[in-house]
Design a protein around this ligand. Structure first.
Ligand SMILES: [Zn+2]
Length: 173
């Protein structure tokens, strides 16, 4: 499989509510600060410096994103503690995706800049999604039509259950 094909999933990136936030903070800032129930915003996990949430327009079921709570766009501007927690969260995301879906493989990826396909280039975020043998061929054949076997609430429940770290530790010091 060519790299071009492998990464085509987020070449044009869709992110939950990205267009709906005119005049407000960016989507990731809103998700990070939201006091709405996680099952409504699809936040999967909250840490001290980072959080994870489902992509509301997933490439495959279970497509999630991990991001720092601070509004920072450039990877090299992440503080050491943010980068460390982000990587730990991404590792937990891999565990959760494996536990929830038992996929044949996973993609982890970052788009830096709009030219690279970032939908929200001002706020760094990493994608993680499960893959199955043959799904790329299927997606190519289906063009832009996305046929997903399960609903977002169902994905959220599975991944939340499979997440290794306890959710919402924000009350901790
Ligand atoms: Zn932001």
């Amino acid at each position: 499989m060519s790299l071009e094909r492998l990464w085509a999933g987020w070449r044009s990136e869709y992110v939950a509510g990205a267009a709906a936030g005119d005049g407000q903070a960016c989507l990731f800032c809103r998700l990070g600060a939201s006091d709405e129930p996680d099952e409504e915003t699809y936040v999967l996990w909250r840490g001290r410096r980072c959080a994870a949430a489902l992509n509301a327009f997933p490439y495959t079921s279970g497509h999630l994103m991990v991001f720092p709570l601070r509004h920072v766009g450039e990877m090299e501007d992440l503080k050491r503690a943010e980068a460390t927690e982000l990587w730990d969260a991404l590792t937990d995301a891999v565990r959760a995706l494996k536990a929830a879906y038992g996929p044949d493989g996973l993609n982890l990826g970052v788009n830096l800049g709009r030219a690279a396909g970032a939908g929200i280039p001002g706020h760094f975020h990493a994608h993680a999604l499960p893959r199955w043998n043959g799904d790329t061929n299927f997606m190519t054949a289906a063009a832009e039509v996305r046929v997903l076997p399960e609903s977002l609430p169902s994905s959220w429940k599975k991944l939340r259950a499979g997440w290794p770290s306890p959710p919402a530790p924000s009350a901790a010091p």
